[in-house]
Design a protein around this ligand. Structure first.
Ligand code: ASP
Ligand code: MG
Length: 428
């Protein structure tokens, strides 16, 4: 008998039918003899609808009230789910985030969990009940007001519950089958991974993979929680996200041997590139530029500086950042053109970023050569390169990104024999 935490995303509880399907799945887990604690998201697009409604009554909704409003979405689904389980003859009790002991800091809209005190959940578990907790919400420790954890926050709720209750596994259910070696909508021959390390998962999520939220994976890594990302719509095993020293349950001998160098290929079309042309090549210029950029609130990703042309003593510096932040940064830089002394600014929002992630890169050489050769064979030009210990990223033309991903995926031997049959899900 195990203690299993399950999280169901909004797409799994989108309507009454979905709620009943999820209730049955929870009851099946209970029947198998396990204790079950569930974190549930708001039904379907409820959160978006509430946000739209808020925008209609106030251009900038008061943050405290917005969190109060948004937290109601999860209260609807948790109560309905508990009712559905009741009607199947099982004891189920729903709890709001605050009742479940989710204590957060005071950042409305993106609060961080500071502590979980699941006293009431433990009592209810001892009494044999199935526990349903409203995801995505907590209680501000200072003011005792309701907070929300940021979009997709129910994943974090589930992982935090699993950590606080010392659960055996945290199952995250959505409408996709698990973590794939690439986005199957971009790379049809992508394969479902049986497992991935939490370190790899963080890099995959940070570089475009959307199935799990970074914060939840970080929390799981810090607190030693095993995540199993799987589909509500099939009984199949999904993908295990393993922390230090964990191994996937139910390994057969052959599977244990499998240790691919590359876990996955991600694509990201959400970034833009800014090039600062003709920067005087003297000490302090990069410092000056990136101080301006950071004061503008931008999240810079890649940076490349060219060798200066000897004749001019000037160089070009390019960097990437989220598209939405580019306008503000361009304005901030333009305002300091004379003081920094550069010649001009170029903005390019037609770029695509491709990343290859794999812990095996640490111990294997030649991993980057495969990437560059694959791109060269496809006649795709590389504009920027950056690496971390377990990742190589390149910037290419946005309209060549999908082709780049397919050819690179294939070059690392990741292609499956058959096209992935994937519910074209949202991963939520
Ligand atoms: N309902 C919230 C959202 O849509 C939280 C979640 O689904 O995890 O972002
Ligand atoms: Mg949602």
């Amino acid at each position: 008998m195990a203690l299993i935490v399950q999280k169901y995303g909004g797409s799994s509880v989108a309507d009454a039918e979905g709620i009943k399907r999820v209730a049955k799945r929870i009851v099946d887990t209970r029947r198998a003899g396990h204790d079950v604690v569930v974190a549930v998201s708001a039904m379907g697009d409820t959160t978006d609808e509430l946000l739209d409604l808020a925008a209609e009554v106030a251009p900038i909704p008061a943050p405290r009230e917005l969190d109060m409003l948004l937290s109601s979405g999860e209260r609807i689904s948790m109560a309905l789910l508990a009712m559905a389980i009741h009607s199947m003859g099982f004891d189920a009790r729903s709890f709001t985030g605050p009742q479940a002991g989710m204590r957060t800091d005071s950042r409305y809209g993106s609060a961080r969990i500071v502590d979980v005190t699941p006293t009431r959940l433990r009592e209810a578990l001892d009494e044999g009940a199935i526990i349903i907790v409203a995801g995505f919400q907590g209680l501000n420790d200072d003011t005792q007001d309701i907070t929300t954890l940021g979009r997709g926050g129910s994943d974090t709720t589930a992982v935090a519950l699993a950590a606080a209750l010392d659960a055996d596994v945290c199952e995250i259910y959505s409408d996709v089958d698990g973590i794939f070696t690439a986005d199957p909508r971009v790379v049809p021959l992508a394969r479902k991974l049986q497992s991935v390390t939490s370190e790899e998962m963080l890099e995959l999520a940070a570089n475009g993979a959307k199935v799990l939220y970074i914060r939840a994976v970080e929390y799981a890594r810090r607190h030693g929680v095993m995540i199993h990302a799987r589909s509500t719509f099939t009984p199949n095993e999904g993908t295990y996200v393993l922390g230090e020293g964990m191994s996937r349950p139910s390994l057969t001998e052959g599977e244990a041997m499998e240790e691919p160098i590359v876990a996955g290929v991600t694509t990201d079309l959400s970034q833009a590139k800014i090039t600062i042309v003709g920067v005087p090549d003297v000490p302090g210029k990069a410092a000056g530029i990136f101080t301006i950029v950071s004061k503008a609130g931008a999240n810079v990703d890649m940076i490349v500086q060219n060798i200066s042309a000897a004749a001019t003593g000037r160089t070009d510096i390019s960097f990437t950042l989220p598209k939405a932040e580019a306008a503000t940064v361009l304005r901030a830089l333009a305002a300091e053109k004379d003081s920094v002394g550069f010649e001009s600014l170029v903005h390019d929002d037609q770029i695509g970023k491709l990343s290859v992630v794999g812990a095996g890169m640490r111990s294997h050489s030649g991993v980057s050569a495969i990437l560059f050769e694959a791109l060269s064979a496809a006649n795709i030009n590389i504009e920027m390169i950056s690496t971390s210990e377990i990742r190589i990223s390149v910037v290419v033309r946005g309209d060549e990104l999908a082709e780049a991903a397919r050819t690179v995926h294939s070059s690392y031997g990741l292609d499956s024999e058959i096209e992935a049959v994937v519910a074209a899900g949202t991963g939520r």
